[in-house]
Design a protein around this ligand. Structure first.
Ligand code: NDP
Length: 507
């Protein structure tokens, strides 16, 4: 990456991509350092688990306090390594605090033993329990687009579940993760959260020691991570790339649709896994929608104190340029933006129209401030084109009829759909967030499931009665007792005459 340079073999120097200024340095942790950190975390984890959800809640809420108290400083650190606008960066610590409170406050209920009912009267003499025990060490690997909020999505539920966590942030933006972990140690919490900084090799070393691995990043790296986890036979969750469609139906409120799609596509300079990356508009409202979108996007101000900031890396800015150039060369029309501004890694917010489904700005993830717009005949064509993608992260549908919006949502092959809104599902941990197809494996959040994923489940049976010396099927083997047992199972589970070992009359 050109936005940063290594001073030497042991250090990463981090720069602000908007200005080129040096923002800080972090060490490159080698395999031995990662192993030592993992061993310390594993040693501290049993005591953390033994605190139970109520004991852990106390520490988690103190950590939330620390983050809120330091939110302004964290925002500055975020800006210093990403070039984000102030408004975009300021969301991260507060959203993280909100997520911490959710997991801290719900962990006791989410992790409580379940007592499923016996499925058959034969087993009513037993008490059943499903218990949840955390994986001792969860590895969390995060990308550069939300250097504080991305750990904030995945680390708090793992800690709330009772696991220890080793966090590996992106080489491009490690400084915010330093703050994330600093908060945990400054409040004096048990040493169950640590940081491993470095490049891909450091991430690989984290996988070597994790009992569960949660990865967020590109589909290409996610595939490598899955292979590494498979080699170790450890479970994993992958949150990968996306190419989220927006579908604007002819009855939509076009002002709201244009405003929402502008924000959903350009927030964080479009460097959002669930940003709007392609827009399908029904023909009768195409011209009117494009006019409103162009006006809204054309008014945006760029820069630290503007509406949108810089791209996190030069490579990312150049990828966006390529997509725009390839689209215009293939016949798309630029209505606003379309080029780097010449200042740092800023790229002007861009609307492309007369786009077709074959262009790279539609087939590949752009991860930048572009909104390619495609005219469609009707909702069926929009759904067909929206589903014609290897990705399946999320989507939006815009319509005056919320019920119809939900019906369209259910036809989309994606893990989340916002009707008449954008990104909102990400901030609601009661909902599952996960990619279908090449956009991921597994889900984050989703209420109780968001904690249980970080646990090993244990099924326990215990007798309700005491004093029996033997059971029907125990030795010595007996044909008669087996026959009685099988007859009872058949009678309780089969249908019609088969319950009694008979064939149906017309069978
Ligand atoms: P990358 O896949 O390049 O990197 C993600 C993380 O993996 C980084 O910390 C990286 O370290 C690390 N890494 C790289 N190679 C390996 C390896 N072999 N083993 C283990 N870890 C490794 O993603 P980006 O940072 O470029 O992030 C952008 C991508 O993330 C986009 O595709 C975006 O869609 C996706 N994303 C998905 C989200 C979701 O929730 N579905 C949310 C946000 C982003 P290093 O940087 O040091 O190389």
């Amino acid at each position: 990456m050109t936005a940063l340079q290594s001073d030497d073999a042991a250090t990463i120097t981090v720069r602000n991509p908007a200005t080129g200024a040096v923002s800080g340095t972090v060490p490159i942790d080698d395999a031995a350092t990662v192993a030592a950190k993992a061993a310390q975390l594993v040693a501290a984890q049993p005591e953390w688990e033994a605190l139970g959800p109520a004991g852990r809640k106390r520490w988690l809420l103190s950590w939330q306090d620390w983050i809120l108290d330091n939110a302004k400083r964290i925002t500055e650190v975020l800006i210093s390594e990403t070039g984000k606008s102030y408004v975009d960066a300021s969301l991260e610590p507060i959203a993280t605090g909100d997520a911490i409170a959710y997991w801290a406050n719900h962990a006791a209920a989410f992790l409580a033993d379940r007592h499923p009912k016996a499925h058959s009267p034969l087993y009513r003499v037993k008490r059943f329990t499903t218990a949840y025990r955390p994986y001792p060490l969860v590895g969390v690997i995060t990308p550069w687009n939300f250097p504080f909020a991305m750990p904030g999505l995945d680390v708090p539920p793992a800690l709330a579940a009772g696991a220890a966590v080793l966090l590996k942030p992106s080489e491009v933006t490690p400084l915010s993760a330093v703050e994330f972990v600093r908060g945990w140690s400054e409040i004096g919490a048990p040493p169950v959260l640590d940081l491993a900084t470095g490049y891909g090799e450091t991430g690989q070393a984290v996988i070597e020691h994790a009992d569960f691995l949660q990865f967020t990043g590109s589909t290409a790296t996610g595939r490598k991570v899955a292979v590494a986890c498979a080699q170790r036979l450890i479970p994993y969750g992958l949150e990968l790339g996306g190419k989220d469609p927006a579908i604007v139906l002819a009855d939509a409120d076009l002002d709201r649709a244009a405003n929402g799609i502008a924000w959903g596509g350009l927030f964080n300079s479009g460097q959002v896994c669930v940003s709007v990356e392609r827009v399908y508009v029904e023909a009768p409202v195409y011209e009117a929608f494009v006019a409103k979108l162009a006006t809204r996007v054309g008014q945006l101000r760029q820069g630290r104190d503007g509406d949108t900031g810089a791209m996190a890396t030069e490579a990312q800015r150049d990828l966006v340029s390529r997509h725009v150039q390839e689209a215009t060369a293939a016949g798309a029309r630029l209505v606003t933006g379309g080029r780097p501004t010449g200042v740092g890694t800023h790229f002007a917010p861009t609307v492309l129209v007369d786009v077709d489904q074959s262009m790279s700005c539609v087939t590949e993830e752009t991860f930048g401030p572009t909104l390619p717009v495609i005219k469609v005949a009707d909702a069926d064509e929009a759904v067909r084109l929206a589903n014609n993608s290897p990705y399946g992260l999320s989507a939006t549908v815009w319509t005056a009829d919320a019920h119809r919006g939900e019906q369209v949502a259910r036809r989309l092959e994606v893990g989340a759909v916002n009707v008449n809104d954008v990104l909102v599902n990400v901030f609601c941990p009661g909902l599952p967030m996960g990619g279908w197809k090449q956009s991921g494996i597994g889900y984050r959040a989703g209420g109780a499931a968001g904690l249980i994923k970080y646990c090993r489940q244990q099924g326990i049976t215990a007798p309700r009665l005491s004093g029996q010396k033997s059971e029907l099927l125990w030795y010595p083997a007996s044909r008669r007792r087996m026959a009685i047992t099988l007859a009872v199972i058949r009678a309780l589970s089969a249908r019609g005459r088969r319950r009694f070992g008979l064939r149906p009359r017309n069978g």
